[in-house]
Design a protein around this ligand. Structure first.
Ligand code: GAR
Length: 199
C-alpha cells in the first residue's frame, strides 16, 4: 500500500481547470509537468475564444475543453456549472485575459491563481496583458521585468502575490525578446509553484 506523505494535505486527486485565451503554451507546459502525477489531474481546459490555439493543444493532450463567450462568462453561470460538473477543485489562469467575475471568485476562495508577465504591482491592470505589457516595459526603458504568480480577486492583478522571479533587460532587447525571456521564466516556475500551493 502506498504511504501518504505526512506533510501532504491531499486525500484525494486534486482536479485542476486551466483557463487560457490564446496560444496556451503555459497550459501545455503545466499539463506536461503533472502528467505522471497521481495526486493532481489537469481535468479541463477552458477558453473564451473558439479559435484559441490552446484548444488544439487540449486535443493533443487528450484533455477535455470548453469554450464560452465573454458575455456568458460575465452574465451567466455557465462556466461555474461546467467547473462543478467536472468536480474542479482548483483553477489556474494561464494566459487568460478576461476579468474573473465575482461569483466565480466567491465560489473558489483562494483557489484561483493567475500568472502575470511583469513584476506586479507595476504593469498590471486593465489592458495590461501579453505583449502589451512587454511593449510598455520596453518603451519605459526598464532594466528588469519578470513574472508574478498571485491569487485572483475581483480586480485585475491585485490579489496576494505568491511568487515573483526577475529577468534583466538588455538595452537592445525588443518586446519579442522580453516575451521569450518571460515565457522561459513562466515555464520554469509556474508548474512548480502550483504544486507548492496545492500540497
Ligand atoms: C503569458 O506570458 C502570460 O503571463 C500572459 O499571457 C501569456 C500567455 O502565453 N498573461 C497575461 O498577460 C494575463 N494578464 P501562453 O498562451 O503561450 O501561455
Amino acid at each position: 500500500m502506498m504511504r501518504k506523505k505526512p506533510s501532504s494535505n491531499i486525500n484525494k486527486i486534486i482536479r485542476i481547470a486551466i483557463f487560457a485565451s490564446g496560444s496556451g503554451s503555459n497550459a501545455e507546459n503545466i499539463a506536461d509537468y503533472f502528467k505522471d502525477n497521481t495526486e493532481v489531474d489537469i481535468a479541463l481546459i477552458l477558453a473564451n475564444k473558439p479559435d484559441a490555439y490552446v484548444l488544439e493543444r487540449a486535443k493533443k493532450l487528450d484533455i477535455p475543453s470548453f469554450v464560452f463567450s465573454g458575455k456568458e462568462f460575465r452574465s451567466s453561470e455557465i462556466v461555474l456549472d461546467k467547473l462543478r460538473e467536472n468536480k474542479i477543485d482548483f483553477v489556474v489562469l494561464a494566459g487568460f485575459m478576461l476579468l474573473v467575475p465575482k461569483y466565480l471568485v466567491e465560489a473558489f476562495p483562494d483557489k484561483i491563481i493567475n500568472i502575470h508577465p511583469a513584476l506586479l504591482p507595476h504593469y498590471g491592470g486593465k489592458g495590461m496583458f501579453g505583449d502589451n505589457v512587454h511593449k510598455a516595459v520596453i518603451a519605459n526603458k526598464e532594466i528588469k521585468s519578470g513574472i508574478s504568480i498571485h491569487y485572483v480577486n475581483e480586480r485585475y492583478d491585485e490579489g496576494n502575490i505568491i511568487f515573483q522571479a526577475e529577468t534583466l533587460i538588455e538595452s537592445d532587447d525588443t518586446a519579442e525578446d522580453l516575451a521569450t525571456k518571460i515565457h522561459a521564466l513562466e515555464y520554469k516556475h509556474f508548474p512548480r509553484v502550483i504544486e507548492e500551493v496545492l500540497i
